[in-house]
Design a protein around this ligand. Structure first.
Ligand code: SF4
Length: 305
């Protein structure tokens, strides 16, 4: 599989010399695209959990969440090194003193080698980056920031009700890199409003900015605006379209960008339709076998200049 794309597991092993596991952490933060600051209702595909599943309560202290999740993973995989993963909603959109406290707690927890902080391109201030850069320098804990780009087309971002632009993403991505932090980008490769040229443009943007990438298909979660649009007749792209566009994306991607995810996983009970009613690993197998058939691989058409 490693000849088809650069898997995140290999990237972590190279960076940390052994297997590293993510421990999800849930903190009380919100999202400006839900509370009226940027918009209401959020992105059309976002469910109530703010893109996070399988999390402990945000009322539990960070240390307690890390301890409980570490105990589970340690036992199962005999793991020693971990990433504290702040996944749900916008983890820089909260009182700055609280933000610092949560990050400090996680960075000083035994076995944590990295903080992964998921947020929006328009929620990362100079104060956040200065603090995270200093924290990395003081504690030796790596920091990666996760940003949703989703589409390289501003018109599509408007339809998605993202409340930020491609330019916001580029500006924040550049500031993250200037501060010596890593960047993970999220992209939905089969948005029905995007063209294949938009996918190519996304590959170029990711090449310029990102260390790792998470690819998703567009799935319809219960209770979302997207569910209403779907019930009103919105046609999603097919599995074949997803595979074709994801291959196009991978072929044009820098082979040194690690792929954290080739397809999203959604609990069946939360979704109306996800991954064409097939398990995520079947779609992933389909994608990889198509790549083998086509004798293609990540970076096949990547040009560094
Ligand atoms: S920015 Fe994230 S948390 Fe906010 S509405 Fe969109 S997907 Fe949900």
């Amino acid at each position: 599989m490693e000849d088809l794309y650069y898997p995140y597991s290999a990237y972590l092993k190279q960076k940390y010399g052994q297997k590293v596991y993510k421990l999800p952490v849930n903190i009380p933060c919100s999202c400006p695209n839900r509370d009226g600051t940027k918009g209401v209702g959020g992105c059309i595909f976002c469910g109530e959990k703010g893109s996070g599943h399988e999390l402990l309560s945000s009322f539990l202290p960070v240390t307690t969440q890390l301890r409980e999740n570490r105990a589970l993973i340690e036992k199962k995989y005999k793991a020693k090194k971990f990433i504290a993963y702040f996944q749900s909603f916008s983890n820089t959109y909260l009182d700055f003193d609280d933000f610092k406290r949560y990050m400090n707690e996680a960075a000083n927890f035994p076995g944590i080698v990295e903080l992964a902080v998921s947020t929006r391109p328009d929620c990362v201030g100079k104060n956040h980056l200065d603090f995270l850069r200093d924290l990395k320098e003081k504690t030796g804990t790596e920091v990666s920031v996760e940003l949703g780009l989703q589409s390289s087309n501003n018109k599509t971002l408007e339809i998605l009700n993202r409340g930020h632009t491609v330019e916001d993403f580029i500006d924040t991505a550049e500031r993250i890199k200037t501060n010596g932090l890593s960047l993970t980008t999220h992209l939905i490769s089969d948005l029905p409003w995007d063209t294949k040229d938009d996918v190519l443009k996304a590959a170029r943007l990711i090449n310029l900015t990102s260390d790792t990438l998470k690819i998703h298909s567009l799935y319809v979660e219960k209770g979302t605006v997207l569910e209403s649009m779907y019930k009103d007749g919105l046609r999603l792209l097919s599995e074949d379209d997803f595979i074709e566009r994801t291959i196009l994306l991978l072929e044009n991607l820098n082979p040194e960008i690690a792929i954290q995810r080739l397809i999203g996983r959604v609990p069946e009970s939360d979704s109306v339709v996800a991954n064409w009613h097939r398990s995520w690993w079947k779609v992933k197998d389909h994608l990889l076998s198509r790549m083998r058939q086509q004798e293609t691989f990540q970076g096949k058409y990547y040009e560094s200049n």
